[in-house]
Structures are given as structure tokens and as C-alpha cells.
Design a protein around this ligand. Structure first.
Ligand code: C2O
Ligand code: CU
Length: 474
């Protein structure tokens, strides 16, 4: 179902002593919304529904100190289906890491897997020594440990995952939500973090995918036939309830290997309030395109009684699509109205580019007819392809020479703004989709010195070579 963007109407009750009431109406939606005194969401920070929060073992309020262990576990993704997976702390998705801007985060990490791993904190602008790059930190060996120690500079929705053998380790379950809260954030009574994924099983097992370089997986990456939301099969249809006219904050991330998620909410309206790099000037949307790694924070308004369904688009056949329901909110006839919280949106950088750079995404085939993915003509391009000075503002042109697949480009350690191309949306990003055969131009803010991975987030593509290094102030 598609309807026009909702309009937000502010109704001021002059002289009646009440707070200004906010009324949401939807064009073409004739029901009048009764405005009653609002339920004021209270600080402190709300519960993030659907996540198990890591225990902070440090009493210092400015230090978040946690233990994370990567280990195998059996995970019930639905009542009838248990799968051997890799987990953080036995959970899938892993536990929520939550901190406030400026906090020092100490993670005592232990690797109980049979293989080497690292943790990358996707989106955090921290030191490259702590970024999980296995060419900078030593890979954590089986049975080994590593202490991550960094200060979180930016508020937003992030996630963490390994940065070795990613097409297997992430597919097998190693990913988890990460939230950094800022001092002046909107506070909603209910917040949820949804991690969207798809899983490919063969006889209820995750195959080892040793020949993942062979087409079609080598071309398109691995698609799963099972949609997962927070580690649960979409067919389970987990649900919650809320009253009509209530608002919730939802954070969404796409953690799939290869699939772009196209998300909408049936029977509710929403506006985008944040993305990769934190809060944005709110805007209404009816559909969200999430390339792999991308986050959106949305404010969802339940304007209709009945089931409101978070859903994603699946392709059937060459042209057809169907909507896969992921999560249902049963909206009850509670007419109390929640006011959208008021907050200040941090201004977007107004900077003039002083440098330019180009990354070209191309492919070839090796002697065994396996696909090889390259950036600027080279697979696994570990010598810096571009070098900048700290503080450079770079007009970066991203060119996808492949006509058959997009490349969700991810830059570590910095944010950028999309200038032209497919998804020119408000806000700072660390991930952007370069359409098949297309070009995207971003303005990147090279403010964080170090050696930074720049890669495609289709996990098979990065493992097959689509990985480069950008150097900032060596
Ligand atoms: Cu989600 Cu290189 O990272
Ligand atoms: Cu790619």
C-alpha cells in the first residue's frame, strides 16, 4: 500500500493552558485524530526492546567495560529450527553495546572459535588500532584474547561484527547492535533495534561455501531464502502491541551478506530521524532502501488500529516482488497521543572540497574462472590507493563498472555526505550503494588519521578482493 507523505500539523491550544498538541494526519486518510494530553516520555534512556544489553562491569559512569566472547552455539531461529551458529556471548544477534558520547569503552574480547577473528565497530570514528583491521591489529587466535579500548566520538546507531572470513563469520551469526547516545537526543518511551538478515540453509545447516567465488554467488554474493529479524525467522511473526497514536523509535540495520533490503511499514507512518552518522533533519518516507551496513533511525507513528507490519521486499522471478512480513505491531484502540520529542539536529558540515579522488569497482576472472573483485584495478589492495591529510574534504567519485550488481561501499573511520548518484539523502553516511554500472559522488570528511579499509559490503565481494586502503595523515 502506498499513500502520500503524511503531514505533521502543529495545533496550538492558545489560552487553555495545555501543551501544544501535535497531530499527525495522512493525506488521503480521512479519520480525524483526536488530540489528548500527551504521554511525555521520561528520561533516562529507554529500554531497547529486543536486545540483551552487555553488562557494564565498571562503576565509573564515563567508562563502559564489558566482556565479549565469540563462541559456537545452537540457536533456535524458530520454534522448530535450531542451527549451529557462531555467536557473541551465546546470543544471536550478539548483545547490545551501549555508551554515551565521550565514554571510554573497554571490551575484553575472547575468541573461543576454531578460527582467527577480530571485531570491527562499524561506523565508529575511533583509532585505526582498535578498528578490527587484521592488517593492523594481530588477528585474535583461537583461544586468544584482545582488549579493545577506545572513546566513542559520535552519537548514532552502529553495529559490530568480525573483519576476517566475513562471508562466513557474519553469515554464521557474528553481529550485534551498538548504540551511542548523545546529550540532546530525542527520548522515546520505547525504542527497538531491528537487525535485518537473510540466511541460506541446506538441510538446516549453514554450508561452508568454500566455492563462493563461482558464479552466481561469486557475482551476486550469497542470498538467503530465510529472512531473519533479530535472529528470528520472519515466518515466526513475532509481535508486540502499542496504542494508536503512539510513537516509537526504531533503529534498522541491514546485516545480510548480499541483499539490499527495501523496507516499508504497512498501516503506520514514519519519518527518518537518523542514519549512519547520527540524527538528521526529520523527513517522511514510505520506503527505506538499506544497502548492507546502512542504518536508519525512524520515528514510527501508529495511526491505525490493527496490525502494522514492518516488511521487506523480496524478488520473485525476474520481475515480480512480494512483501515479507518481519514484525507486527498490534495497534490497539488507545487514543492517548504521544508527542514527538523535540531535539536539536546537529548541523551538517558546510565544507568546500579541497581534494578529489576516484575509486573504481571492477572485476575479472582468475585461472579457475572464479570471480575476482577489484578496486582501482587491484584485488586486496592493501597499499594505500589514496592518501589524504587530516581535515581534507574530498570529493570522492565511486564508479561501478559491473552492469549486474550494485556495490554497497563502506568507508571505515570517516563519514561522508552523498552529493550525487543513487541515494542522495540527508545525513552523514559511512555506507552508500553504487548501482550497477553507476556512479556516486560523495563528499568525504577525512578527519580521522589512520589506515582505513574501504570496501564493498557484499561480503563475498570483499573476500574476493574488493577491499582497498585509504590513508589519512600517515
Ligand atoms: Cu561493516 Cu568493513 O565493515
Ligand atoms: Cu560489491
Amino acid at each position: 500500500m502506498r499513500f502520500a507523505y503524511a503531514a505533521l500539523t502543529i495545533v496550538l491550544c492558545v489560552g487553555c493552558g495545555a501543551l501544544p498538541a501535535t497531530k499527525w494526519t495522512t493525506a488521503g486518510f480521512s479519520e480525524s485524530v483526536e488530540v489528548l494530553p500527551p504521554l511525555q516520555p521520561e528520561k533516562p534512556a529507554p529500554l531497547v526492546v529486543g536486545s540483551t544489553k552487555l553488562e557494564d562491569i565498571n562503576p565509573d559512569p564515563k567508562i563502559v567495560e564489558v566482556n565479549i566472547t565469540a563462541k559456537k552455539a545452537q540457536i533456535a531461529i524458530s520454534p522448530g529450527r535450531t542451527v549451529d551458529m557462531l555467536t557473541y556471548n551465546g546470543l544471536f544477534p550478539g548483545p547490545l553495546l551501549e555508551a554515551n558520547v565521550g565514554d571510554r569503552v573497554i571490551v575484553h574480547f575472547k575468541n573461543e572459535l576454531d578460527e582467527e577473528t577480530t571485531i570491527h565497530w562499524h561506523g565508529l570514528r575511533i583509532s585505526d588500532q582498535m578498528d578490527g583491521n587484521p592488517r593492523i591489529q594481530n588477528p585474535v587466535m583461537p583461544g586468544g584474547t584482545f582488549d579493545y579500548d577506545f572513546v566513542v566520538p559520535d552519537a548514532g546507531s552502529f553495529w559490530y561484527h568480525p573483519h576476517m572470513n566475513v562471508h562466513q563469520q557474519i553469515e554464521r551469526g557474528l553481529y550485534a547492535p551498538l548504540i551511542v547516545r548523545g546529550p540532546d537526543e530525542p527520548v522515546y518511551a520505547i525504542e527497538r533495534y531491528f537487525m535485518l538478515d537473510d540466511l541460506h540453509l541446506v538441510r538446516n545447516k549453514i554450508p561452508s561455501n568454500t566455492n563462493y567465488g563461482v558464479p552466481p554467488t561469486g557475482i551476486h554474493g550469497l542470498y538467503g531464502e530465510i529472512f531473519l529479524i533479530n535472529g528470528r525467522e520472519s515466518t515466526v511473526n513475532d509481535f508486540a502491541s502499542a496504542g494508536r497514536n503512539h510513537l516509537e523509535r526504531w533503529r534498522l540495520v541491514n546485516t545480510a551478506n548480499a541483499r539490499t533490503m527495501e523496507v516499508s511499514i504497512k498501516n503506520a507512518v514514519f519519518r527518518v530521524i537518523g542514519t549512519d552518522g547520527g540524527l538528521v533533519e526529520p523527513y517522511f518516507a514510505t520506503k527505506l532502501v538499506l544497502p548492507i551496513g546502512r542504518r536508519f533511525d525512524i520515528e514510527v507513528f501508529f495511526n491505525q488500529v490493527g496490525p502494522a507490519v514492518l516488511q521487506t521486499t523480496d524478488e520473485i522471478g525476474p520481475t515480480g516482488t512480494e512483501q515479507i512480513p518481519l514484525f507486527t505491531m498490534n495497534v490497539t484502540n488507545d487514543a492517548e497521543t504521544t508527542l514527538p520529542p523535540v531535539w536539536t539536529v546537529p548541523p551538517m558540515p558546510e565544507r568546500t572540497s579541497n581534494k578529489t579522488g576516484t575509486l573504481t569497482f571492477d572485476f575479472t576472472f582468475d585461472a579457475n574462472d572464479n570471480v575476482v573483485w577489484m578496486i582501482n584495478g587491484k584485488a586486496h589492495n592493501h597499499d594505500p590507493v589514496l592518501t589524504f591529510k587530516k581535515g581534507d574534504t574530498v570529493e570522492l567519485t565511486l564508479r561501478n563498472l559491473a552492469p549486474m550488481t550494485p556495490h554497497p561501499f563502506h568507508l571505515h573511520g570517516q563519514f561522508f555526505k552523498v552529493i550525487s548518484g543513487e541515494s542522495v539523502e540527508p545525513g552523514l553516511k559511512d555506507t552508500v550503494r553504487i548501482p550497477p554500472g553507476g556512479t556516486v559522488v560523495v563528499q568525504a570528511y577525512m578527519d580521522n588519521p589512520g589506515l582505513w579499509m574501504a570496501h564493498c559490503h557484499i561480503l563475498e565481494h570483499s573476500e574476493l578482493g574488493m577491499m582497498a586502503t585509504i590513508e589519512v595523515d600517515p
